[in-house]
Ligand binder design. Structure first.
Ligand code: CUA
Length: 378
């Protein structure tokens, strides 16, 4: 009697734990889930998963049900004689061959259809975006708008995007769980992926292939925006264009910014302030001017472009044209606050060891000035 009660309480505890565990697994709590599709591509994959799981569940319940029934119904007792021995039954064997074959066909047909659907080339009206994986961040180029950005992929809701993807170094995998599947990107060949965002929002995404020690910090965001909002973003980004060629300035003002003369720095900073409309709209204190000077002299400019339009290709570091407006820095590593930005600039290797950005020997005040300068680039 006591034993039965103990068993019953164990069962109740186990069931409660299972229930709590299942509630904890709710996809609502894990935005990086494939179980809440927000685009057509993801829905194709999700419905295939549903089909497969339903068949698997049916098979499981039937087979285990018969097994459990047989265990209890035909349980032997020690005094039972040896059961009658049989070998082979053609009817039964045909049945248990044909039924699984039919179930496999029921899964194979939608699977093959999904493979063709998801590998189809999107129509001409799709928005082409070039994706380049880098250790450890993502570059996004919009040839249609001549724009480049990094780590935040803006897409219009309701318009298919056609991704043409490659890598600058090792194999990465582009993975936007709520919109599409994973697809590897390679240095020497182009892979493609498409999806159409159906619900606006800010979605997390992640490199899906181990690509070195900072693979886990190769995250990015998908900003799915309604058509008008997306067009407004494009229009804004198009103001973040290049400076006019150096030849447009008087010769005396086009000295290299590495000159330590304060007057040369002031001239260069004034020139840039006027010529970068996006940045010029922001209030700029002395930190901005100091930051701009440091950006030119500390080597930042060698790896990062600050222009979204006509951005040079093959830059080593992420494009920073709108870095001030991004939600994260370091490819999803830190929230984009002034404090974090300055900390990152001072000692990136302490935050994301192994990245190509070296510690540049920037002092604390200098890092704050650089952060102020970058913050103005929105
Ligand atoms: Cu890139 Cu993992």
């Amino acid at each position: 009697m006591l034993r039965t009660a103990a068993w019953r309480s164990r069962w109740v505890t186990a069931l409660c734990l299972l229930a709590v565990g299942l509630i904890g697994c709710s996809p609502e709590h894990y935005p990086q889930t494939t179980l809440l599709p927000r685009g057509d591509f993801a829905r194709i994959a999700d419905s295939l998963l549903d089909t497969t799981v339903k068949w698997a569940l049916l098979v499981f319940v039937l087979v285990e049900g018969v097994l459990v029934y047989a265990i209890f119904r035909f349980r032997g007792k020690p005094e039972d004689p040896e059961p009658h021995q049989t070998h082979g039954n053609t009817t039964v064997e045909i049945i248990w061959t044909v039924i699984p074959a039919l179930i496999l066909a029921a899964i194979a047909v939608p699977t093959v259809r999904a493979i063709f659907q998801t590998n189809a080339t999107p129509g001409k009206d799709a928005l082409t975006i070039e994706v380049v994986g880098h250790q450890w961040w993502w570059e996004f180029r919009y040839p249609e708008y001549n724009l480049t950005t990094a780590n935040e992929l803006h897409v219009p809701v309701g318009r298919t995007v056609s991704l043409r993807m490659g890598s600058a170094d090792v194999i990465h995998s582009f993975w936007v769980p709520q919109f599409a599947a994973k697809r590897d990107v390679f240095a020497n060949r182009e892979t493609r992926l498409w999806f159409k965002a159906e619900v606006a929002g800010d979605y997390p995404a992640q490199c899906g292939e181990f690509c070195g020690i900072q693979h886990a910090r190769m995250a990015y965001r998908i900003k799915a925006q309604p058509g008008e909002e997306f067009q407004a973003w494009v229009a804004h980004m198009q103001t973040l264009g290049p400076k006019p060629p150096a030849g447009a300035k008087p010769a005396a003002e086009s000295k290299p910014a590495s000159s330590s003369s304060p007057s040369a720095v002031q001239t260069a900073s004034a020139g840039a302030t006027v010529q970068q409309p996006g940045a010029a709209q922001k209030p700029q204190g002395s930190d901005y001017a100091t930051g701009e000077q440091l950006f030119m002299t500390k080597g930042c400019v060698g790896c990062h472009s600050l222009q979204a339009v006509n951005a040079p290709k093959g830059m080593v570091g992420p494009n920073l044209a709108n870095v001030g407006a991004r939600s994260y820095i370091g490819a999803g590593t830190l929230k984009n606050t002034d404090e974090n930005l300055a900390r990152w600039i001072r000692n990136p290797q302490a935050i994301k060891k192994g990245i190509l950005m070296p510690n540049l020997g920037v002092s604390e005040p200098e890092s704050r000035a650089l952060a102020a300068y970058l913050r103005a680039h929105q």
